[in-house]
Design a protein around this ligand. Structure first.
Ligand SMILES: [Zn+2]
Ligand SMILES: [Zn+2]
Length: 259
């Protein structure tokens, strides 16, 4: 066999290979220290599953909201002849309309870990899922800015992060729409909404949000939250944005209750 003399391009090739090897080793070390987990069952993902960010057993577990759904709030409907859910027929919302990705009950445990157990990493999978499902809708709506529902600063310090903000950032990366996390601030630590009736929810949220800047030039904004319950929080933030000159507020949530 004839040996070819070593050329300078071999040297460049060798450098590239070494760099790639180093990157791979670093990535593997990071995975060892911070193993990526399945957002549904929390099991550490194997190499084949890492690309999908979900384990093979759980791929079909989250239940998607599907047609027919409420044309206002996105809640699952059972009757295809209905256009709006009972809540939206009764009550006027401040947002134009919104969509939710999953039936809350199918990802309840995941949502708990995402909020309370430091699993901010789930945002990467969920943001990707939301953008895959609704990215073209966001473009059709003409969304100029993504704004997460803010968390009270003291609470955020305790938890370490605001899960809605993590989700918004992930949607921003996937969709290319800019995210403005500090645009709206929550000025008081409102009581958990699930403990309150509809009237109390509105009172609880009164003056809970302010604009960090009144120099807002967006016309169409997308609010992001992890869960949609009655929409009272979304409405309160939408009102704050509209007082500052935003014309149309939409929302997207990772999950929504069926009831
Ligand atoms: Zn799993
Ligand atoms: Zn509705």
């Amino acid at each position: 066999m004839k040996m070819m003399p070593a050329s300078s391009s071999d040297g460049v090739y060798a450098t590239v290979v070494t760099k790639k090897c180093l990157e791979r080793v670093l990535n593997e070390l990071t995975d060892l220290v911070y193993p990526r987990r399945c957002p549904i069952c929390d099991r550490v993902l194997n190499r084949d599953e890492q690309r999908k960010l979900i384990c093979l057993e759980c791929e079909n577990k989250p239940v998607y909201i599907h047609s027919p759904y409420c044309l206002k709030c996105g809640k699952q409907l059972s009757d295809p002849d209905e256009e709006y859910c009972e809540d939206c027929r009764k009550r006027k919302h401040s947002f134009v309309r919104g969509m939710a990705l999953y039936d809350y009950s199918s990802i309840r445990m995941s949502m708990y870990r995402f909020k309370y157990s430091g699993r901010a990493e789930y945002a990467e999978f969920y943001g990707r899922e939301i953008t895959t499902a609704f990215g073209s809708l966001f473009r059709k709506w003409g969304i100029e800015a993504i704004v997460p529902i803010p968390m009270y600063s003291g609470k955020e310090r305790m938890r370490g992060y605001n899960q809605a903000e993590k989700l918004a950032e992930s949607i921003g990366v996937e969709s290319g729409i800019p995210v403005y996390s500090g645009l709206v601030k929550r000025t008081k630590n409102t009581k958990p909404m699930k403990l309150l009736g509809v009237g109390e929810r509105t009172a609880n949220l009164k003056n809970a949000f302010i604009m960090a800047s009144n120099d807002v030039k967006f016309n169409k904004v997308l609010l992001v939250d992890d869960i949609f319950t009655t929409g009272a929080t979304i409405d309160a933030v939408a009102d704050t944005l509209m007082d500052a000159g935003v014309s149309y507020v939409y929302y997207v949530a990772l999950s929504i209750g069926t009831g």
